[in-house]
Design a protein around this ligand. Structure first.
Ligand code: AMP
Ligand code: MG
Length: 518
């Protein structure tokens, strides 16, 4: 394969990660792919980053984002990290197929650009350094769908495809996702240096994150927590404990967000946990169709370690690994545990605030029953085995059409969904309490329903939607990827022409099985 050419795209680079030095990464060039082509270009993200409308028109950019050229000013490297996988120490891992290109200066500040699937690195172990088209489409669409749902995440600028062959369970073709994030640093980066007893490097990494990313770590994504300031006082004189606390809070908020839309990550290993509390490394993830707290989306997860209902606990388990790694710097075990234990409060409060939003209430509503409402509704959905997204969207419409505390008829569509006798009777018991609560709000039901329609999406990336786009793309037609990108990035709009995309999966979709293979 040819050595990649240097491409001058006129981008302005910063590349702060390279300041960390050689213990943190290996410089290397991407490995070119044959016959590359665009699969999808995220024009909206390019616009947000301040690029011109013709940004993707350049053949040089196609080469650059496929790893067939090195962009002038970039500094390609693969970083080293370690991690716990499925509860066990896995030792050294690292960017086995993702290549950091550097940090671009955009109108929205600096963002790192990574190519996922750009060839082997010193950390590839037995892997081939490649990503298949199928998983690249899933990652691309899901990161943008999550962003549109206001869930912190890495982003995706493009997918390029190639005729290059990749061997998985079947013969597939290679693709590259250009990922964008303020930083791709993971819990596993800290675990790596801590486990190796490299305290100076550990300190350097922690200082780097504190100095360069405190704006991201302290930025409140919508929710401010009541006791955040009290605990923040306790860590005032220990900057490493403060870092841990910030990551604890970010992670708690992130996972509360996942729970609230029925998202299962699937592989919450510590190397897949972002230090900035972003959703990262989309693998066998799933937005649940039928609601089930025990739902396991990853067919390689035999014990259900990463089942939907386990995600909040696993978040804390992973934070304990991070806390353990930071202990040599924090040098205060009690304070470390205190920061970690704040997770439970941060998670429940985030959950409560997201639940209030999901129910369309504003903060003025204060009622002892509020915190039990979402769990109660979810238990009815679970009892019926109903579709999570459809149920909440239907409920939102019903509330918006209801006229007052006696308008039981407005909720007929919900009753129709509840064929199971127990689910139906639970609902009929619950409805009067719910209507009563709605009437206590200072907003009309119509207003509450409209609020709900802005937080309960009509469209999520269901496995079968992804599968249809993948099958077409594998046959050379990429139009469905762009259609999904459009709908999933405006998931609260009605898009009447695409009503079918909001439906629960058809029968054929039962056979879809998503594993770690990607
Ligand atoms: P994941 O579970 O996908 O986050 O991957 C776990 C580790 O395996 C990471 O270090 C990845 O970089 C690496 N990895 C996964 N797939 C490949 C591949 N095809 N080639 C090289 N490394 C890989
Ligand atoms: Mg990973």
């Amino acid at each position: 394969m040819n050595i990649p050419a240097e491409l001058n795209l006129g981008l302005s680079w910063n590349n702060r990660f390279t300041q960390l030095g050689k213990s943190f990464y290996t410089h290397l060039r991407p490995t070119p792919l044959p016959n590359v082509h665009w699969v999808s270009c995220n024009h909206a993200l390019a616009r947000e980053m301040g690029f011109e409308p013709d940004f993707f028109d350049s053949p040089q950019l196609l080469d650059a984002l496929s790893g067939n050229g090195v962009i002038k000013g970039s500094s390609p490297l693969a970083s080293v990290y370690s991690g716990h996988q499925f509860g066990h120490w896995a030792g050294q891992l690292g960017d086995g197929r993702a290549l950091y290109l550097g940090e671009i200066q955009t109108t929205n500040g600096s963002v790192e650009l990574q190519l996922k699937g750009a060839g082997k690195t010193p950390y590839s172990r037995s892997g081939d350094g490649r990503a298949v088209l199928r998983s690249s489409i899933r990652e691309y669409l899901c990161s943008e769908a999550m962003h549109a749902l206001s869930i912190p995440t890495t982003r995706a600028l493009s997918i390029t495809g190639s005729k290059g062959i990749v061997y998985r369970e079947e013969v597939e073709t290679a693709a590259v996702v250009a990922r964008v994030s303020p930083s791709f640093i993971r819990f596993g980066h800290f675990e790596h240096f801590s486990a190796n007893g490299e305290t100076e490097n550990l300190k350097q990494l922690a200082d780097f994150v504190i100095n360069e990313y405190s704006d991201v770590l302290t930025r409140q994504n919508e929710i401010a927590l009541t006791h955040e300031n009290d605990i923040a006082k306790e860590v005032e004189n220990n900057k490493y404990a403060r870092l841990l606390l910030q990551v604890v809070i970010k992670t708690a908020k992130l996972i509360a967000n996942w729970q609230s839309v029925g998202f299962c990550h699937g592989v919450m290993n510590t190397d897949n946990m972002s230090i900035l509390g972003l959703t990262i490394d989309y693998g066998p993830f799933q937005f649940m169709d039928n609601f089930d707290v025990n739902h396991i989306c990853n067919h390689s997860d035999h014990s259900g370690r990463y089942a939907y209902g386990q995600q909040p606990n696993i978040g804390l388990w992973n934070l304990y690994c991070l806390g353990q790694s930071l202990l040599p710097l924090i040098a205060d075990k009690d304070l470390t545990v205190k920061c970690l234990e704040f997770y439970k409060e941060a998670f429940s409060e985030s959950m409560l605030q997201l639940s209030l939003k999901k129910l369309g209430f504003n903060e003025n509503i204060d009622h002892p029953d509020i915190s039990s409402l979402v769990p109660k509704i979810n238990s009815i959905i679970q009892m019926q085995g109903a579709d999570f997204t459809v149920f909440w969207r239907t409920l939102s419409h019903c509330v918006s059409h209801s006229t007052g505390p006696h308008d039981l008829l407005a909720f007929d569509k919900i009753s129709e969904m509840l064929k199971h006798e127990n689910a139906r009777s639970l609902w009929l018991d619950f409805l009067p309490t719910y209507l009563n609560l709605l009437s206590k709000s200072d907003q009309t039901n119509e207003q509450i329903g409209l609020n709900m329609l802005k937080i309960n999406p009509k469209f999520v990336l269901r496995n079968h939607l992804g599968e249809t786009a993948i099958k077409k793309a594998q046959a050379g037609d990429f139009s469905e990827v762009d259609i999904l990108l459009k709908i999933l990035t405006t998931p609260y709009d009605e898009h009447e022409a695409y009503d079918d995309y909001a439906n629960p999966p058809p029968d054929w979709a039962k056979s879809i099985s998503i594993s770690c293979s990607s």
